[in-house]
Design a protein around this ligand. Structure first.
Ligand code: SF4
Length: 211
């Protein structure tokens, strides 16, 4: 099993999970967010490198002592990491249970992929975009029905405490009032941890976000 990885960033602290983390960015994503932070992951024509789970573990284990000393581990992002759920499950089998595995995900994937990855994941960092379906489609080009179904799955699986839901203010697409409406909706569902942020859109004249 080989997957294409856009980049690996070591020694991250307090950015995408507890302790020291290494971010692994997978290629490809089902969405096309207007202010995508990682547009280089959206097309296979951009540079990437193929790894098996064993090869990735061999590269990441240099930081194992940092992970173990700080309660950190690996954060899978992208792109959409859940598209590579079988790879993540195999990686967990190889690395064992001591490293934390975090996912930065939109949850806009089929249920079977989430079910495959969820038991291997300690923390989900979910970028919800906006709970309003029209706003969501306008910003991402996709629909949020699978997102809502997957949120329900995580709740019913007892994983609400494992989820941090990012609820962004998206300039030109929603408002602060819309952010509060999304947060209220998520609270009523049963989620308790939120990260309200504002997407930055002016860097280098291109869209940049915080995902
Ligand atoms: S911001 Fe994230 S979810 Fe949106 S297109 Fe980029 S990688 Fe995909």
């Amino acid at each position: 099993m080989k997957v294409d990885i856009s980049g690996i960033a070591r020694h991250r602290i307090g950015v995408d999970g507890e302790g020291v983390t290494t971010l692994v960015a997978f290629m490809l994503c089902p969405l096309r967010c207007k202010y995508c932070l990682n547009p280089q992951t959206l097309s296979m024509s951009n540079p990437s490198k193929s790894y098996t789970p064993e090869e990735l573990y061999a590269e990441l284990k240099i930081d194992s002592l940092y992970f173990l000393a700080t309660g950190g581990g690996v954060t899978f992002g992208g792109g959409e990491p859940l598209l590579r759920a079988p790879f993540i499950a195999e990686f967990r089998r190889i690395c064992g249970s001591e490293w934390k595995i975090n996912l930065e995900t939109s949850l806009n994937v089929s249920r079977d992929l989430l079910e495959t990855a969820a038991p291997c994941v300690d923390s989900f960092i979910i970028d919800i975009k906006d709970m309003n379906p029209e706003t969501y489609t306008s910003y991402t080009g996709g629909e949020n029905s699978r997102v809502l179904e997957n949120l329900e799955y995580l709740l019913h699986a007892g994983r609400a405490e494992s989820c941090i839901v990012k609820v962004p203010l998206i300039p030109g697409y929603n408002t602060e009032a819309a952010v509060e409406t999304s947060v209220a909706s998520l609270k009523s569902m049963g989620f308790t941890k939120f990260d309200k942020l504002k997407y930055i859109t002016e860097i280098h004249g291109k869209g940049k976000g915080n995902l």
